[in-house]
Design a protein. Structure first.
Length: 253
């Protein structure tokens, strides 16, 4: 059975001014699987994640070379609309960042931006998104309350619901549980397992155990390079590169 590749990255280089942050990166991201990006701080994981929906375009003096193919089309072609791209490729950040609005308005925000105005349709999207983010039962009676009044774990699941509301195909997660307590972390990890049935997920994590729990594939980053990518079980039991083994066993990083 051939694997369905959702994203192909080919010869990707990224420069911040004269500093090269990503070096000749090549990776295939498999559809409806979770790919974990691991490696020490400052090795390019988050920068790479942001190249997948062109968030680095917003940074001054960034130069990008190479190709990022989403369903075979290069998202860095001049004709590719970055707004449409960010609808297809959503992002969940390290710290929960709900808008200073109600719970309802946080989830409805994206659909409104994309032209959905009917209240019945928005109600449907809000409920569906909150259910998918495993948050509906906790907030259904207080949708008109401020999102900032939720706990940290609830806020992060709300941000996931907000991402899901625009029906992306790919979800990027940049250390989504690093600011959360263990119970909230477990809920988000369970949620990731559910979501991969419908979405392709790429997660940056510094937690080796988390990578082992939630991902199907793992890619090890070091000094702006991808050292190796393989099935998570292989990366953790029989890595091909000594540097990967050294990192996983705690010899550095």
């Amino acid at each position: 059975m051939t694997k369905d590749i959702k994203i192909r990255v080919r010869n990707l280089n990224l420069f911040y001014g004269h500093f090269q942050a990503l070096v000749d990166m090549n990776i295939d991201i498999v559809q409806n699987k979770v790919t974990a990006l691991i490696g020490p701080s400052g090795c390019g994981k988050s920068t790479f994640l942001r190249t997948l929906n062109r968030l680095n375009d917003l940074i001054q003096d960034v130069k990008i070379e190479g190709k990022v193919l989403l369903d075979g089309k290069n998202i860095y072609d001049d004709a590719y609309d970055p707004i449409e791209l960010r609808k297809r490729v959503g992002m969940v950040f390290q710290k929960p960042n709900p808008f200073p609005k109600t719970i309802y308005e946080n989830v409805a925000y994206g659909p409104r931006i994309h032209g959905i105005k009917e209240k019945a349709k928005l109600d449907e999207i809000v409920e569906k998104s909150l259910r998918r983010a495993a948050l509906w039962d906790e907030v259904r009676h207080k949708l008109d309350k401020p999102a900032l009044g939720l706990s940290g774990g609830q806020q992060q699941r709300l941000c996931i619901a907000r991402c899901l509301a625009v029906e992306p195909e790919v979800i990027l997660m940049d250390e989504p549980t690093s600011a959360l307590d263990p119970i909230s972390t477990s809920k988000v990890e369970d949620l990731i397992g559910e979501l991969k049935k419908d979405y392709t997920i790429i997660i940056v994590t510094h937690n080796m155990q988390q990578a082992g729990r939630v991902s199907d594939y793992t890619s090890f980053f070091l000094n702006g390079e991808i050292i190796e990518t393989d099935l998570t079980s292989n990366i953790f039991s029989k890595p091909a590169d000594k540097r990967t083994e050294d990192y996983i066993t705690g010899r550095f990083g």
